[in-house]
Write a protein that binds this ligand. Structure first.
Ligand SMILES: Cc1cc2nc3c(=O)[nH]c(=O)nc-3n(C[C@H](O)[C@H](O)[C@H](O)COP(=O)(O)OP(=O)(O)OC[C@H]3O[C@@H](n4cnc5c(N)ncnc54)[C@H](O)[C@@H]3O)c2cc1C
Length: 423
């Protein structure tokens, strides 16, 4: 059956990948990784590089989840500003969080170069101010980042200069970060998978893992027609985490988000002259960028019910036309969507339970930080906990309401913030 939600530009332009066979036998390994998105692939690759025997289980195909469908926006940091992080956690912890989260771009860049991953990487990210007050806030953040953390790649873009980056949207200035950027996310995921295979990771696609069972000294996982015994397990299943670890599933809710890719645009360079990726500063934001073949890839609007709109392209188009009215009649070649795993406080949820490690809920800021999350889980498996603990010690709450009410209650909260955008 065609998958309406996964009919993406990325799938249509994915680089060649030899499908890996499902697991159908009993296997012993050092580390079992569940989930073949950025988090799981990065963890598996880093574990194998450290000499461990690694098996990765993916229920569908590599990059099937958010990693193969996202906006491709490489946004340094987390959903919180550094001023918020500093105020909440104090300077010492803030510095440790900064080093990992803002340093994630360099690690992703390193992976892309080291493994020669062709994923259309471009530098430059613009956060565009939707309201004048947002621009004031951005200027304070840029000054704080440079003064207190030495992050000086951020440039304040005055309202009068915004058209050096974008012609559309009537934004009130913005922040341009040369260390941000954009890429083709599915090709990055496939590149990581190829690098993982090259260092000996056994990848099994179309293999759904069941709940890991912690036995004395090892963890047992039934998976597809086979099974695994592993010394350590890494759960990297983001929105599906509740299926195999119901308790962890209560820390996130899935928010549906949709993207379109237009036909190649003759005037693409006029719309986005600096070729930066752009995200606006609203709670329910619009985000967009050009693909390598000069399509506009646009994400906008959110849905708090799982069922996709009947016309995904039409649903996103109206947001695109608000920003770029000249594209009202432009052909849309692809429309797709996926779920963003969101935590209560919008910070990633990482931790361990015995020999089972997990990371999920990157809250729309996962394209860069997932690679770091995978790498620090690999270090933790080998007993180096310092970087893992930086993330694992972030405070988290379950969504209230249990299995059935969590989603409607979270929806009410999200609708409130979405409404504030309009005021
Ligand atoms: C539409 C959309 C746009 C986004 N845009 C951006 C953006 O522009 N910038 C940004 O930073 N972030 C963005 N995000 C968020 C980002 O994509 C995610 O944070 C990130 O990809 C999460 O990666 P992951 O590896 O943790 O999870 P996923 O990529 O979702 O991978 C989880 C994998 O686990 C597999 N799985 C699930 N259950 C099992 C099981 N039982 N056994 C085996 N395998 C299983 C799934 O099939 C899936 O492949 C966006 C997300 C969406 C949906």
């Amino acid at each position: 059956m065609p998958d309406r939600l996964n009919d993406s530009y990325y799938r249509a332009t994915a680089h060649g990948w030899e499908t890996q066979r499902p697991l159908d036998y009993a296997l012993d390994c050092d580390v079992a990784v569940i989930g073949g998105g950025f988090t799981g692939l990065s963890a598996a690759l880093a574990c194998a590089e450290k000499g461990l025997k690694v098996a990765l289980l993916e229920a569908q195909t590599i990059g099937f989840g958010a990693s193969g469908r996202n906006g491709g926006q490489l946004i340094p940091g987390l959903r919180w500003s550094m001023r918020e992080i500093d105020a909440e956690f104090g300077r010492e912890r803030a510095k440790a969080i900064f080093d990992l989260a803002w340093g994630a771009g360099a690690r992703v860049h390193d992976r892309i170069v080291r493994h020669d991953i062709p994923c259309d990487l471009k530098s430059g990210h613009l956060e565009a101010a939707y309201k004048p007050g947002h621009f004031d806030d951005m200027q304070r953040e840029a000054a704080f980042l440079a003064r207190e953390f030495g992050w000086d790649s951020v440039e304040v873009v005055a309202p009068s200069d915004i058209n050096t980056h974008i012609n559309g949207g009537a934004y009130h200035g913005g922040l341009y970060d040369a260390k941000g950027g954009h890429f083709h996310p599915l090709n990055y995921a496939l590149g990581l998978a190829k690098a993982a295979l090259a260092v000996g990771v056994l990848i099994f696609e179309n293999t759904t893992a069941q709940t890991p069972v912690d036995r004395a000294g090892y963890v047992e996982i039934a998976a597809g027609a086979g099974s695994l015994n592993a010394r350590h397990v890494i759960i990297a299943t983001d929105n599906w985490t509740g299926d195999i670890a119901p308790e962890l599933g209560r820390y996130t809710v899935p928010i549906m988000n949709y993207n379109i890719a237009t036909a190649p645009l003759p005037n693409a360079d006029q719309l986005l002259p600096s070729d930066a990726a752009v995200a606006d500063s609203r709670f329910v934001l619009n985000y967009f960028r050009l693909s390598a073949d000069k399509r506009l890839i646009f994400g906008g609007g959110e849905k708090y019910v799982r069922r996709p709109p009947a016309d995904i392209a039409g649903f996103v188009r109206k947001h695109m036309v608000e920003v770029f009215p000249s594209l009202a009649q432009t052909k849309i070649d692809y429309a797709w969507g996926g779920a963003v795993g969101v935590t209560m406080n919008r910070l990633p949820h990482m931790g361990r339970k015995g020999n089972v490690f997990y990371a999920h809920g990157f809250s729309g800021h996962g394209a860069l930080v997932t690679t770091v999350a995978g790498e620090v889980m690999a270090e933790a498996v080998l007993g180096t906990m310092s970087q893992f603990d930086v993330f694992a010690s972030l405070p988290h709450s379950r969504f209230p309401g249990g299995k059935w009410l969590a989603r409607p209650l979270a929806t009410l909260g999200l609708l409130y913030y979405a409404m504030r955008d309009r005021l």
